[in-house]
Design a binder for this molecule. Structure first.
Ligand SMILES: Cc1cc2nc3c(=O)[nH]c(=O)nc-3n(C[C@H](O)[C@H](O)[C@H](O)COP(=O)(O)OP(=O)(O)OC[C@H]3O[C@@H](n4cnc5c(N)ncnc54)[C@H](O)[C@@H]3O)c2cc1C
Length: 391
């Protein structure tokens, strides 16, 4: 196994995982993903979802169903596969990673809490790339403190009527449907939230504003105004939506760590290539011990992130117990470390490092939001401490 893939030898994986990682790497090369035209991120994401669907990679985003009818590759979502895929895509292009991740996160509440009818209606089309989902939890006044969410769902016969806003919704304006978390009991805090699938063309659902961010991807503020959703579209039980949101995030949070790992590996590759050829003071940059020391630090940081990430995925898949603490550690360390690695490599590029859209400059922007979404670093620290203090 080459140095680039030596982590695949680790005992966290079986041979199917190794084949998956190597096969996807070759596919990314064949698709020339590094040179993706992403001037229009909405068009680029739609194209990527179709390509990932045709390639069979989206089958890892949903479960298989009893007789394989849901299209998934495994009976249950396999964290190690999700992580290997995100790490690999992240090495090639952040938007490819984003498009893949959102197929899983956006439909995760259906996979985990949907009725058979909802699963049958939506999940196969996620696995083939025919439909694009979104996960709509955050609100302007409820981000880290998500239990404070205010969007309401009022029962009206065999429908619920949604009113309120959802913000920072990835795939907003692109998605075919949204898994929306709304308040069904005004006085019950986190025990008064329910989840619903809302088709994008439902009257009363409006894309109020597209949000532009430093690493562009489809993102929007949604507005619900008397939006009527069939009661049959409820995901899980009444007032159990908060738990469902947390279970969904529990599965996918670990894969955020893997995406960060992919970005860091790409930065290292860019740094090695650059330092090996940049001439100065009669030698090349990599001949200097200061540069070599940086590479030593970077390599150890990357292995630390990889070990934590795949430990967490393995605990979830194999150990058969909660991986809350391991996942929080992986997410915290891998995203923070990738930011440091990318910054350190950017420094090696000198002025070239800050040229707009150079690979290392893109990575510098791409990594930033991963330290904030699906639980900011500070939130991960509190989760780890809470688990410790439980005894
Ligand atoms: C690019 C991007 C994509 C996103 N996609 C989605 C999506 O698809 N669906 C969705 O529902 N949401 C999405 N989000 C929202 C994301 O989950 C929230 O931004 C995140 O939960 C933080 O919430 P907030 O932005 O309201 O920040 P706040 O809750 O205001 O937190 C601000 C900061 O406070 C600090 N902090 C938080 N808690 C504590 C604490 N207990 N003690 C001390 N400091 C603390 C952290 O540093 C945090 O960054 C996305 C966000 C971004 C940036």
């Amino acid at each position: 196994m080459s140095r680039e893939f030596s982590h695949l030898e680790w005992p966290f994986f079986d041979d199917a995982h190794r084949d998956l990682a190597l096969g996807l790497d070759q596919w990314c090369k064949d698709q020339n993903l590094s040179a993706l035209d992403d001037a229009d991120v909405y068009a680029a994401c739609r194209d990527l979802v179709q390509r990932l669907g045709s390639g069979g990679w989206l089958r890892y985003c949903v479960p298989a169903g009893k007789d394989g009818e849901l299209g998934g590759r495994h009976p249950q979502l396999d964290s190690r596969s999700l992580c290997l895929i995100r790490e690999t895509l992240g090495r090639y292009h952040s938007l490819a990673d984003f498009a893949f991740a959102m197929q899983g996160l956006g439909s995760g509440a259906i996979s985990l809490g949907g009725t058979d009818a909802l699963k049958n209606h939506y999940l196969l089309s996620i696995a083939t790339g025919q439909r694009i989902p979104a996960f709509a939890l955050s609100e302007p006044e409820a981000g880290s403190d998500v239990a404070a969410l205010a969007c309401t769902a009022r029962v009206d016969g065999d429908h619920y009527v949604l009113n309120g806003h959802k913000t920072w919704i990835s795939n907003g304006g692109l998605a075919d449907f949204y898994c929306v978390f709304a308040r069904t009991d005004a006085n019950a805090g986190s025990r008064g939230i329910s989840a619903f699938v809302v088709d994008a063309d439902t009257p009363g659902l409006e894309i109020q504003e597209r949000i532009e961010v430093m690493s562009p991807h489809p993102l929007a503020l949604l507005r619900f105004d008397q939006c009527r959703v069939p009661a049959a579209n409820m995901l899980g039980e009444l007032n159990q939506g908060f738990k469902l949101a947390m279970r969904t995030l529990d599965v996918f949070r670990c894969s955020v760590a893997a995406a960060a790992l992919g970005f860091a590996r790409r930065a290292l590759a860019e740094g090695l290539a650059h330092a090996g050829k940049r001439k100065m003071f009669g030698q090349v940059l990599s001949d200097f011990q200061l540069t070599q020391a940086a590479f030593g630090d970077i390599a150890a940081e990357i292995d630390q992130s990889a070990l934590l990430t795949y430990r967490a995925a393995w605990v979830r898949d194999v150990a058969g117990r909660s991986s809350t603490s391991e996942t929080a550690m992986a997410k915290m360390v891998s995203t923070e470390s990738a930011q440091w690695v990318i910054d350190r490599v950017l420094q090696m590029f000198g002025g070239q490092g800050v040229v707009a859209n150079a690979p290392i400059e893109r990575l510098y922007r791409d990594i930033r939001a991963l330290r904030i979404y699906e639980g900011a670093t500070e939130v991960q620290k509190l989760i780890i401490a809470r688990e410790l203090l439980k005894g």
